[in-house]
Structures are given as structure tokens and as C-alpha cells.
Design a protein around this ligand. Structure first.
Ligand code: 13P
Length: 327
């Protein structure tokens, strides 16, 4: 089994009322932290690679590290860990083709910033090539705010998905899953303080997700897997730690976990998480150096960083995604 597409994973998740975690990977420790959590909890997994991650670490390194994780699961746990290797936010046919040719089992083509017709045209081209090679395709309708792989989309340029467009888009492109915009946002600063209210303790409370749009989309696409990007919850314990140990992240705010859980119990089959991995690693390393200013061996701070990622992912698999025990 090992490296698989999302076809089976999504069918089971849709019917079971849970979602698969799609975690962004950039290096060995991140891959190990995530996969060790998934092995321990027997959870299916999507590891996703952005264009930026591919530029940073090179396609071949990330692919080999993921293959190593699968082999390690087999050898140390006697367990066939189903992993889908996915391109996050592919911006061209050529990039998608290169990932398909290089062994990815899923790609995203994101032309949500183009006109409806251009989005359909390029998505369809990617779908044809991908399906010929046994690979599945995620597309996007609607535009999320926030920082997406170093590119910033301003809140005023974001737009919710129009439910009346989704059926035609899916029929004409043949895509296998659809990312929609219902109020999530990329990065660790998902909302400005002005967009939020404050609770009794002065903590920022973000505006609720547009579940009415999700419901309307799923009515029009029964049984079809929906994807949520920008779904980190930005745990305040990490933000507080970063700020305590020399960092500067005022008013970082994410999507409340209970809202993500609700989306996972509906038509959402894939929930994307990147920022929370970065926060867990950064908080841990900042704390480590504050307590051990003499350390200079990367293993001394990357090992606890990897453990912090593992603990964070375990928490999400159980409490947010509900996919523990589903592999
Ligand atoms: P976060 O920034 O909320 O982790 O979202 C990541 C994402 O959607 C990657 O595509």
C-alpha cells in the first residue's frame, strides 16, 4: 500500500464524518514528527509539498524522506502507513507535471485567482495528464486571504466561494476534490484585531466560518470531498512561548478547533496545516536556546522540536480531524 492517492481515504472520511490532515513538509524533522504521530495513532496521512518547499529542499530529498518514513513504519511498527504525497498550490501545468512525473500521487492546481473560464481550462489540462498517470487533482474556487507560500493575498482581495459555481466547475474540469473559501486564511495572522471581538480575558475571538456556504456547496456536490486551506488554529501556548523567549508575534490568531472539527464532520475531507508546525518548532527552539545558551549541536534543539511537532500532530489527529485509528 504505502504511497497512495486520496481516493480511498476521502471516500472513508466522507462517510465516516472525519477529515485527513494535510501537513506541509520542508525537512526531515518535520516529516518524522508527523509520521511518528500517524504511526502511533494509526492515522492515514497527506504530506504536502509547496513550490517553496521544493525550492528549499529539492523534490528528490523530500520524496526520499517520505519513502523512508513509509519503510520505517513497516520495519519498526509492522504497519502499512497510507501516505498521499501532494503538491500544495501548484501554479502551473508544468509544475504539476513535474510532480506527477516525480512520483507524487496528488497535485493541486490553484488558478482561483484567474477568471472562471481560465481556471476551468488549466485545471482540466492538469486533470487529463494526472488521470492518465493515476494521480488525483485538487482545484480551488474562491480566494483565501493571508500569506500563501510567501505570497500575500490582502483581505480585501479575498472572496468566498460562490456555491452556484461549484457543480459546473467540477463537471467541466473532472477534478477529484475542491478547496473552497469559507473564511479560513493562510498564515499565523489570519485576522486583524479589527476583524475580531475579544473575550472576557482580552483574547481575540475570530469571526466564525461560513458554514452556510459549506452546507450549500455540499448539497450541490453530494459525496464530493471538500478541502479547507488555512486551517491552523495557532495555539496560544506556542505564540506565548515565542513571545516569552525573544520572539515578536503580537495578536497571532487562528481558526478555533471546534469549528474545524465541525467542518470535518461535514463534507470537508482534507484540512491543511502548515503554520502550526512552524509555530511548534519555533517555540520549542526559542525556549531551548533561552534555557541552554551554550548549546550549538543542532540535534540538541531539533530533537525536542521534532517531539513538539509529534505531540501537536497527535492532538490534531484525535481532537480536530478525528482520523485516529482509521488507517
Ligand atoms: P495554515 O497557514 O493555516 O497552516 O494553512 C496552510 C495551508 O493551507 C497550506 O496550503
Amino acid at each position: 500500500m504505502a504511497i497512495v492517492t486520496t481516493k480511498d481515504m476521502f471516500a472513508k472520511a466522507y462517510n465516516g464524518g472525519y477529515a485527513i490532515g494535510a501537513f506541509n513538509v520542508n525537512n526531515m524533522e518535520i516529516i518524522q514528527g508527523i509520521t511518528e504521530a500517524a504511526i502511533e495513532l494509526k492515522a492515514p496521512l497527506i504530506l504536502q509539498v509547496s513550490k517553496g518547499a521544493r525550492n528549499y529542499a529539492k523534490h528528490v530529498y523530500l520524496m526520499k524522506l517520505i519513502e523512508a518514513a513509509v519503510q520505517d513504519a513497516e520495519q519498526t511498527a509492522g504497519f502499512d502507513l497510507p501516505i498521499c504525497v501532494h503538491l500544495d498550490h501548484g501554479d502551473s501545468f508544468e509544475l504539476c507535471k513535474s510532480c506527477i512525473d516525480g512520483g507524487f500521487t496528488s497535485v493541486m492546481i490553484d488558478k482561483s485567482g484567474e477568471s472562471f473560464e481560465d481556471n476551468i481550462k488549466i485545471t482540466k489540462q492538469v486533470v487529463e495528464y494526472a488521470h492518465d498517470h493515476g494521480v488525483v487533482v485538487e482545484a480551488e474556487l474562491g480566494t483565501l486571504a493571508g500569506v500563501e507560500d510567501e505570497v500575500k493575498v490582502k483581505a480585501e482581495d479575498s472572496s468566498y466561494t460562490r456555491p452556484e459555481d461549484v457543480q459546473e466547475f467540477v463537471e467541466r474540469t473532472g477534478c477529484d476534490s475542491l478547496a473552497i473559501a469559507i473564511g479560513t486564511s493562510h498564515g499565523a495572522y489570519k485576522f486583524t484585531a479589527a476583524q475580531c471581538t475579544r473575550d472576557a480575558n482580552g483574547k481575540l475571538v475570530p469571526p466564525p466560518l461560513r458554514f452556510d456556504i459549506l452546507e450549500e456547496v455540499s448539497k450541490r456536490l453530494p459525496g464530493f470531498p471538500i478541502v479547507l486551506h488555512g486551517s491552523s488554529s495557532v495555539p496560544q501556548e506556542f505564540v506565548d512561548k515565542i513571545n516569552k523567549f525573544g520572539g515578536k508575534m503580537p495578536d497571532a490568531v487562528g481558526i478555533p478547533e471546534e469549528q474545524l472539527r465541525k467542518a470535518a464532520s461535514m463534507a470537508v475531507c482534507k484540512i491543511n496545516i502548515d503554520s502550526d508546525l512552524r509555530l511548534a518548532l519555533t517555540a520549542c527552539i526559542r525556549e531551548h536556546f533561552a534555557e541552554h545558551p551554550d548549546h550549538f549541536d543542532p540535534r540538541q534543539y531539533l530533537k525536542p522540536g521534532r517531539e513538539a511537532i509529534k505531540a501537536m500532530v497527535e492532538h490534531k489527529l484525535v481532537n480536530v480531524l478525528g482520523c485516529d485509528g482509521k488507517a
